[in-house]
Design a protein around this ligand. Structure first.
Ligand code: HEM
Length: 490
């Protein structure tokens, strides 16, 4: 049977790499107009078949384990960064167990403590007397991407990663992180193994970082009776594989690095887009503040009351701001799989051969008018009518105190409604994100905390938001992206 049409190109190995790399969405929409939802393009010498639409998402994300494979394509890039024996450097069944361990640590009581820690860290960060002196006066301008990358890593490390990791960020850890991150670039899908300068720095940083986590574990064991922190390190140190082996320290260390890397870019890009978008709509910032005042009430001094984890579910506009931002600024624009068996595409004459790679881009379905009227408009109020139960991330009923219910056969207890939804910023199927609830918690808490203290607007003469930088693995705002800020209470 037939193969999908191949996107026209002039240079054999380069193919459409450059057009795709500059703006994948522009490329996908153009190809879709010409070839339909299923087409093949050449990406660094590899025939890559894109399947768009809700059917395409479902076809790729819910394909059977025997038919598609993620680790073969991701591991050259991820293994040197995360370390061995975790995520894509092990059989899929082991990854499924590791995801379940992580899920197990994301309990309601852990989440309760995280909200407090993240709010505290955020308040300090934006306060007049923050060590950075960035927000020392009553108004000014700020370049959001690097600023919020810093805040994101502080908040994630203070909560999920544990206090020792947070403390180390005030010293050398930030440089290590930076060197490690240098390995997280698309070209490393091909050149990850090469002893190039950036890869050497990556390898050195990976070793030191893994050792840091191992030292933390040794230290914690020595202290023995130290009050158990509700963080991921403790949780993983106490997990056991089905065959009865505890998770070796080295694997705990590598999983912690994987979580740090997986969460950092997506969350930091998202909070940056949120504040950039809000700067174009100052009235929504006021609405957010009003929502908090109504729902949380005020303290004796007139300030808004502190927020708890349970409160997050009672702040629908905050939720919609995050949700709408993830719709238009989906951090992961391409999800890839290697084809292991010839795959017929239902409803088409095509069969995808095993020499191809498959590419899903759920960000496309979240940008079409059929599903989202006036799709390129950022409008959090478009979610106003969404029933509460559809906000799965707000109802972590499947994560009771230390209990992970097994809802379906991936074994890590996710509510996965299949891939029929046009809105899948966290993916679907067995590789679906496990960080969704944590990401929402982190983003909503930062958002709620920052709008109390500061008000943002575009600098004079600027309209709308900056363009997107697609050159890294994650879509993020181009830097610099400067906005004006003003302290609410002067
Ligand atoms: C997987 C998105 C935050 C950990 C994924 C996938 C997507 C995604 C689309 C599926 C990848 C694939 O199918 O190939 C996001 C977004 C985030 C976010 C948009 C934030 C806004 C996080 C955080 C963590 C995390 C905070 C860690 C705490 C993971 C892990 C996987 C994953 C472990 C599983 C990989 C696999 O099974 O192959 N994420 N993520 N993510 N994410 Fe996230």
């Amino acid at each position: 049977s037939d193969e999908p049409p191949v996107v026209f190109h002039l240079l054999p190995w380069i193919g459409s790499t450059v057009t795709y790399g500059i703006d994948p969405y522009a490329f996908f929409f153009k190809c879709r107009a010409k070839y339909g939802d299923v087409f093949t393009f050449v990406l660094l010498g590899k025939k890559t078949t894109v399947c768009l639409g809700t059917k395409g998402n479902d076809f790729i994300l819910n394909a059977k384990l025997k038919d598609v494979n993620a680790e073969e394509i991701y591991h050259p890039l991820t293994t040197p960064v995360f370390g061995k024996d975790v995520v894509y450097d092990c059989p899929n069944s082991k990854l499924m167990e590791q995801k379940k361990f992580v899920k197990f640590g994301l309990t309601t009581s852990a989440f309760r403590s995280y909200v407090t820690l993240i709010a505290e860290e955020t308040r300090q960060f934006f306060s007049r007397d923050a060590p950075s002196k960035r927000f020392a006066s009553t108004s000014g301008t700020v370049n959001l991407p690097p600023t919020l990358a810093e805040l994101t890593i502080y908040t994630a490390s203070r909560s999920l990663q544990g206090k020792e990791v947070r403390e180390r960020f005030d010293s050398g850890f930030a440089d290590l992180y930076h060197d490690l991150d240098g390995g997280f670039v698309p070209i490393n899908f091909k050149l990850g193994w090469m002893p190039l300068p950036h890869n050497r720095r990556r390898d050195r940083a990976q070793k030191k970082m893994a050792q840091t986590y191992m030292d933390i574990m040794t230290e914690r064991r020595k202290e023995g009776n130290l009050e158990r922190e509700e963080d991921m390190i403790w949780n993983l140190m106490n997990c056991e594989y089905k065959n009865g082996t505890p998770v070796p320290d080295k694997e705990v260390a590598h999983m912690m690095i994987a979580l740090l890397m997986a969460g950092q870019h997506s969350s930091s890009a998202t909070i940056t887009w949120i504040l950039l978008r809000l700067a174009t709509r100052p009235e929504i910032q006021d609405e957010l503040l009003e929502e908090q005042r109504q729902v949380l009430g005020t303290k004796a001094d007139g300030s808004i009351a502190d927020m708890t984890y349970e409160d997050l579910a009672r702040l629908p506009l905050h939720n919609s701001v995050v949700k709408e931002t993830l719709r238009l600024h989906t951090p992961i624009h391409s999800v890839m799989r290697v084809v292991k068996n010839p795959l017929p595409v239902e409803g088409t004459p095509y069969t995808i051969p095993t020499s191809h790679v498959l590419l899903a881009s759920p960000g496309v379905t979240s940008r079409v008018a059929e599903h989202f009227p006036d799709p390129m408009l950022w409008e959090p109020h478009r979610w106003d009518e969404t029933p509460a139960e559809e906000h799965a991330h707000l109802a972590p009923s499947h994560v009771k105190e230390g209990v992970v219910e097994e809802k379906e056969d991936y074994g890590y207890g996710l509510i996965s409604k299949g891939a029929a939804s046009p809105y899948l910023p966290f993916g679907a199927g067995r590789h679906r994100c496990i960080g969704e609830q944590f990401a929402y918690l982190q983003l909503q808490t930062i958002l709620a905390t920052v709008v109390r203290d500061l008000r943002f607007q575009n600098v004079e003469g600027v309209e709308g938001v900056v363009g997107t930088d697609y050159s890294s693995l994650f879509s993020r705002p181009l830097s610099p992206a400067v906005v004006r800020w003003e302290r609410r209470e002067k």
